[in-house]
Design a protein around this ligand. Structure first.
Ligand code: ATP
Ligand code: MG
Length: 429
């Protein structure tokens, strides 16, 4: 029979046999960010379109061509979130979280939707982990945020990841910079791609982010923002760097990093790798001092980053980093006859109450097939229950690897005895 449909282009399934990989990185991210004082925020997958249009910025690729936008039956325009920052900021404002004291530190896991050309490391539905911090303009916060990302990568065992930082200044220094860029790029009008031509007037800094080889070649010799920073922005950038040096975090200053979203000010940064091909940016972030006001809130300097989970897993794969899968079946109870089935049903339940993964037959297989299945799922111990065992109220617990057998009583202490056995075995290893 032919399948009636398949998954949408640019989306991926995570299968049961692979989900431990996601759970592992998510656990590390939760633990590390909790140590930095971040608490999780969960926001809806869709929002009013104007949130992203205003928040992410009209001149960005994301808003101009990548959003999944549609009208509801009620005639409202809504958009599937292309990123996590705008939704989190909206929620912080809507719930007036700033009344509870500053800074506010929030973390999130989100699925994001962008209508992009699917390729390795570039999907239409992808996942991000992000941190956002609201209500501090102090450069120490920028450095601390970068340290949090670095701690996550360190704990995951990722190497060959470069941290590149830049400052894109405040609206004042950027105005001067825009003028300089405009006159520089005006010389190349004939060569720039069409998108960049339209960027030239509205947002020339976007040209620096263009992925077309011709535009990026031209951009190489463009004026550098670092030469246009006002005193405050320059000091801020210097200070971020001195905190990073104090923390022993290695970085390089890359004046071409401008990030793809319009809300950034001052510090921007990326963690980049060469080991997964062209889509090598694993994490991007920075300061967005104007966003909260732009969304209708008071002046609240803020900052954040997001890392792409698919790209991160690709990096770990390419670096051969092993991810532990610790949910192995500890006990398989095979049965002969209906009475034994009933008993096994009860016994696995008591074992599971200890949080131990135990199984018994739920398919109606014969004994041989049950044992074959126990082997296939890699059960550590097995037990055969038949009339004899029920009569004597004991059974032989078999270590599936060594073949060693231990007697175990089938009474109310069964689960506890089994658990003790596992613990003593772990202690031996
Ligand atoms: P890129 O330059 O690769 O298009 P971006 O600047 O659009 O990235 P952000 O909006 O800052 O990326 O998103 C943060 C992170 O999310 C990226 O560094 C990347 O790891 C991940 N990411 C972004 N877009 C995609 C996508 N289409 N598919 C998979 N991951 C993505
Ligand atoms: Mg992009």
């Amino acid at each position: 029979m032919a399948l009636i449909t398949k998954k949408i282009k640019g989306t991926e399934d995570v299968l049961p046999k692979d989900s431990y990989r996601w759970q592992f990185i998510e656990k590390v991210m939760r633990e590390e960010s909790a140590a930095y004082g971040f608490k999780e925020i969960r926001t809806p997958v869709f929002e009013h379109t104007e949130l992203f249009a205003r928040g992410v910025g009209q001149t960005t690729d994301v808003v101009q061509k990548e959003m999944y936008t549609f009208d509801t039956k009620g005639g409202e325009s809504v958009t599937l979130r292309p990123e996590g920052t705008a939704g989190a900021a909206r929620a912080v404002l809507e719930h007036a979280l700033d009344n509870e004291g500053l800074p506010i530190k929030a973390s999130y896991f989100v699925s994001c939707y962008r209508y992009e050309k699917p390729q390795a490391g570039r999907l239409r539905e992808f996942h991000q982990f992000g941190l956002e911090e609201y209500g501090t303009q102090d450069p120490i916060a920028d450095a601390e945020l970068i340290c949090a990302a670095q701690s996550i990568f360190d704990r995951l065992g990722i190497t060959q990841l470069r941290l590149e930082i830049n400052s894109i200044g405040c609206p004042e220094c950027r105005a001067k910079y825009h003028e300089a860029l405009k006159s520089y790029f005006a010389e190349y009008k004939g060569e720039l791609c069409e998108t960049c031509l339209s960027r030239l007037e509205k947002n020339p800094m976007r040209i620096l982010d263009c992925k077309s080889p011709v535009c990026s070649k031209i951009a190489e010799n463009a004026p550098k923002i670092t030469d246009y920073l006002c005193e405050e922005c320059e000091q801020h950038f210097e200070s971020v760097q001195s905190y990073l040096r104090a923390a022993g975090v290695e970085y390089t200053v890359n004046p071409t990093i401008v990030r793809g979203l319009d809300y950034y000010t001052k510090t921007v940064f990326e963690f980049v790798t060469d080991c997964i091909g062209a889509q090598g940016t694993v994490c991007g972030g920075g300061r967005y001092d104007g966003l909260i006001e732009q969304l209708g809130g008071r002046h609240m300097p803020s900052l954040g980053f997001a890392m792409g989970l698919e790209r991160l897993l690709m990096v770990m794969d390419s670096q051969g980093i092993e991810i532990p899968d610790d949910n192995t079946c500890r006990l398989y109870i095979a049965t002969m006859g209906e009475k034994a089935r009933l008993k096994a049903f009860e016994l696995v339940r008591t074992v599971r109450e200890y949080g131990i993964f135990a199984e018994t037959d739920v398919v109606g297989r014969g004994l041989r097939a049950q044992m074959k299945y126990a082997d296939k799922i890699g059960a550590e111990f097995s037990l055969v229950l038949g009339d004899n065992e029920l009569e004597q109220n004991t059974a032989k617990l078999k270590n599936m690897q060594t073949g060693e057998q231990t007697e175990i009583t089938l009474d109310e202490d069964f689960a506890e005895s089994f658990m003790k056995l596992i613990i003593s075995r772990i202690a031996e290893i």
